[in-house]
Design a protein around this ligand. Sequence first.
Ligand code: NAI
Length: 720
Amino acid sequence: MINYTIDRNVAILSWNMTSSPMNVLNDDSIPVFEAALQRAYDNAEVKGIIITSEKNEFIAGADLKMILRNNDKEPGDMLKVSAELNRVFRAIETSGKPVVAAINGTALGGGYEACLACHHRIALDNPKAVIGLPEVTLGLLPGGGGTQRLPRMLGMEAALPLLLEGKRVSPKEALALGLVDELATSRDELLEKAFAWLSANPEPLQPWDERDRKTGRIVGKENFKVPGGAVQSPTDARVFSAGTAMLMEKTRGNYPAPLAILSCVYEGLQVNIDRALVIEARYFVQVATSKVAKGLIQTMFLGLNEVNKGISRPKTIPPTDVRKVGILGAGMMGSGIAYAAALAGIETVLKDVSVEAAEKGKAYSRTVFKKAIERGKGTPEKAVATLNLIKTTADAEDLRGCDLIIEAVFENRDLKAQVTKEAEPMLAESGIFASNTSTLPISGLAQASAKPENFIGLHFFSPVDKMQLVEVIVGKQTSEYALAFALDFVKKIRKTPIVVNDSHGFYTSRVFTTYTSEGMELLKEGVNPVLIENAGKNAGMPVGPLAVSDEVALDLISKISGQSIHDGMMTEDDTAYQVAGKFVALGRLGKKSKAGFYDYPEGEKKYLWPGLSELFPLADQQPSVDEVKKRLLYRQVIETVRCFEEGVIRTQLDADIGSILGWGFPAYTGGTLSFVDFVGIKTFVQEADRLADAYGERFRPTQNLRDKAEQGNSRFEQTN
Ligand code: NAI
């Protein structure tokens, strides 16, 4: 797993794990790594050590499955993980032999922390490689000395943004930032540069270490001056308190890791490195055993990887490939979908009622590219190549031979039926027809199709170039083949799919609507709208429920709820229907009409419409922020549980990922179904019952949920 060779009195430790596709630090590899290092320390012939890897990556990081396994065990188990890493890394810098990290590829998290413990870092200038400490994005902090060595090496000002944002950078940027000391252009040069450095530096010492005069041992230096200034100064204390306030504002107290990182740095830099590592370990255990880390790792790392790899794809269907795609409707959605398809190298036909209209849609891709190039992403060559793949037309004949046609015309059943009938015959043999409808059930739309088994929903989100999620909707007659085909396409355009069974509002719109509608319930009860909006944001939703209703448009909300009433899904006393209807009658349609729950004065910040207090007089008793937060979140979770029990949503992972990527449900909870475990299933059921008694049956937990709470089982698994 780690090849040990000696060349010119240098031990080369080259990682090549067989038990995992990438090199990771885990229970298997850490002891092997430590033993290999020890062998080199013990061999008097060995004058220096090079750490490198035989894979494309250097070391991808600590094994997150190992972190997750220890997440809800005793804190002592997690402490062992961090203690082991620290023992190995500290020995690297104190063995007395010089150690160089020859970073041949990606070095993240624990992988880069190993490099920080080395006396010198040389990176291969590999454009695919990334370097950094992204722990914070998974609710963790660098627990292998990263929060201590990085600021000691770079100074606080440079280190803090890297630690707090978890930025990953290319080797070139890493050199510019000081994360590595040299670059090499080939593997051979990488090793040669390492040899050269080792022979020039036979007895290196980290700047934060010194030799104990009596024992000769290497120990942490007292009063080590961090580059750019000491922490003890009053100015620094001010920087830290301002930093804390800024982080609180940004995270709203929902994410403990950034604050823990700040504390680690502040406290750790006041003591020597040995004691600092103990402080870091304490904070590491705190965040790594938190529910926030569990949710983020489970859903946003391990789960997202599985979904992107195609966990929901029917296994029996051979791989499919879309080479030519047709898109009907070059409006907001169609133009975005065309961009995404062409970007993936797919020949794209963009059809609208006239070539001019289709050209307008294509212009969207041009704008996106222009912006990307301005930001230093993407090249003019890529832009030209991509734009050349988009053919604009008004002639259905141009769709001939498409493997996939996606319609994104106006949300009108008859129009959708008409374009389906016109375009479907142009499909290649076993081609698939998809609708991007946001509200119309797929099985109904499939009635216009001659091959309903090849008809599926592909629900993209706006703006398509930024939104990663695609909700794939399986109609009553949709075949496994069509599903596999759709999932292969989503993968090809590098988006993330969730699979949903057909139903009103599918999954994402149905649950998201409960957020806006609970906002309106609160308003109707006389809760201060400022409180409603702040509670939404404090809960971790990207926008308050009233502001987001304005963005969706109140006439649309009114129309959709009207349709639900028509379809017998709800009654006319539905609050969202009434409230949105009231606003439509006033001509306040939301952001698009510059008037809704908010006023949108030209060139100024929006503010809550003063007329709200007349329409919805404030109640004498106002609820606490926590109570409002709870209502806004529980409502979405209960609706998701219903979707799951009705089979609309098939897996917990789809529910969780769909909620976070689809409408910004707070990631710190792990997603709408993981939320139940986040608060504890017994507490969840109790609280939901209390909310139902106080505010209405919409909060009432299902019988199934009660049974699960009895069993203490918060995993959601379909039984059929
Ligand atoms: P849009 O109004 O921006 O664009 C619709 C386009 O369809 C227009 O360019 C129109 O000229 C074109 N069109 C009309 N009849 C046509 C025909 N016979 N052949 C070809 N093109 C025709 O609408 P938008 O927002 O792009 O929505 C399109 C679909 O996507 C709707 O079904 C909508 O519900 C759905 N959707 C919309 C989302 C949004 O955020 N706007 C999100 C997800 C889905």
